[in-house]
Design a protein around this ligand. Structure first.
Ligand code: 13P
Ligand code: SF4
Length: 373
């Protein structure tokens, strides 16, 4: 039976008792709830999820793969083990009667929070004082952003990108207009622009706390990409010195990094790409390869364990623990709680994007899916 679109928890099972359960109890309860729900539920798991959650995913992937999965899903309930913007994308791309659920509503993305609609609209207006942005600037938002920023891009001839398709999206964007306003991650924008041959001087940083982004009219006219001053707190921890140390100890070793890392780290890496690309490249490498990896700890640890039997070593880039603390908020206790509520006929932690925002955001997301098909 389909629940009405705005069903709220009539009598939700309280979360509190679940906090007392250990992971093993949760494991059994998640398996039982999934079995009871059958094809009515699909669990999507991002690669950064902890193992005790990740093992329950029907589909795992990076942001692009999971957004395609959300669009293709036929299940009534899409339980997204990831962060808030991902569950929003699932709601926007799924059919109206499908329900998108985020097991812990506090699982956000600190980088996504670095851009908000007020600041982006102000930037657009300020740019309008030196050029006509509707004719000269394509707004591109990384998928790690709120739905209303995707809607902004949909309304202004722009598009969404992920770390997998950023280059193709920028190529498309430059075919539309001369410049790109790229938010919220300056590093993905800069690394992609540099790989396309755009000189660093033509990629300027827009400081959203300063009038005109802290830039002169001259700098804006010269720029090809205007980079929002956002970053990922996890990926900014990696340093060139960590790569240099690794290379001196393992001259034949290979280095692979996510494009949210700094320009200097990416320049020193042998390979740069999304989480899905990192997994595939390490899987395809020769036995005996020693890898240094610049991305989130849960994924690196999982790869290390999976690759050990093949004689490959997968080492985390930083000597200190840096994991995505918001991804980590999705734990087996919250997953058991949302699934058992569904079994009882109650939806908790539903993510709903208002229809007017969803319609415009869908334009920008569908453009992305078409360009990267
Ligand atoms: P991917 O698109 O590679 O999954 O990256 C998403 C993300 O949040 C990385 O920090
Ligand atoms: Fe956001 Fe960084 Fe976490 Fe990815 S790793 S979800 S960009 S905070």
């Amino acid at each position: 039976m389909l629940l009405p679109r705005n069903t709220m928890a009539a009598n939700p099972l309280e979360l509190q008792p679940y906090a007392q359960l250990d992971d093993e109890d949760c494991l059994q309860r998640i398996i039982a709830a999934k079995a009871a729900l059958g094809e009515r539920v699909v669990i999507l798991g991002h690669h950064y999820q902890r193992d005790e959650v990740f093992e329950h995913a029907d589909f795992s992937g990076d942001s692009l793969k999971l957004s395609r999965q959300a669009a293709d899903s036929r299940a009534e309930f899409i339980v997204f083990c990831g962060v808030h913007f991902m569950a929003e994308v699932a709601d926007i791309l799924s059919r109206p009667e499908q329900v998108s659920i985020l097991p812990d509503l506090s699982a956000g993305c600190s980088m996504a929070d670095m851009a908000d609609l007020d600041k982006v609209e102000r930037a657009w207006q300020e740019l309008a004082s030196v050029l006509n942005p509707e004719e000269t600037v394509t707004p591109v938002t990384y998928i790690n952003s709120a739905a209303n920023l995707k809607a902004f891009c949909g309304n202004h001839g722009g598009v969404v990108c992920t770390s997998t398709n950023a280059r193709r999206i920028l190529e498309w964007s430059f075919a539309q207009r001369d410049k790109v306003l790229f938010f919220p991650d300056q590093h993905l924008g800069r690394n992609t622009g540099a790989a396309m041959g755009i000189p660093l001087e033509q990629m300027v940083v827009w400081d959203f706390d300063l009038p005109m982004g802290g830039l002169t009219a001259e700098q804006i006219h010269q720029a090809k990409i205007i980079l929002w001053k956002g970053y990922c707190s996890v990926h900014q921890m990696f340093r060139p010195a960590q790569i240099e140390n690794f290379r001196s100890e393992h001259p034949d070793g290979k280095v692979i990094s996510h494009p949210e890392c700094s320009y200097e780290v990416c320049q020193l890496s042998d390979h740069v790409g999304s989480t899905e690309y990192i997994i595939q490249t390490i899987r395809d490498s020769a036995p005996g390869t020693h890898w240094l990896v610049g991305t989130e700890l849960n994924l690196v640890n999982r790869l290390h364990n999976q690759m050990k039997p093949e004689g490959k070593t997968v080492q985390f880039m930083s000597p200190t623990v840096c994991m995505c603390s918001t991804m980590f908020r999705i734990d087996p206790q919250h997953l058991a709680w949302v699934l058992e509520n569904l079994v009882e006929g109650t939806v908790v932690n539903r993510i709903t994007v208002p229809e007017n925002v969803a319609n415009s955001a869908r334009v920008a997301l569908r453009r992305m899916l078409e360009i990267s098909a």
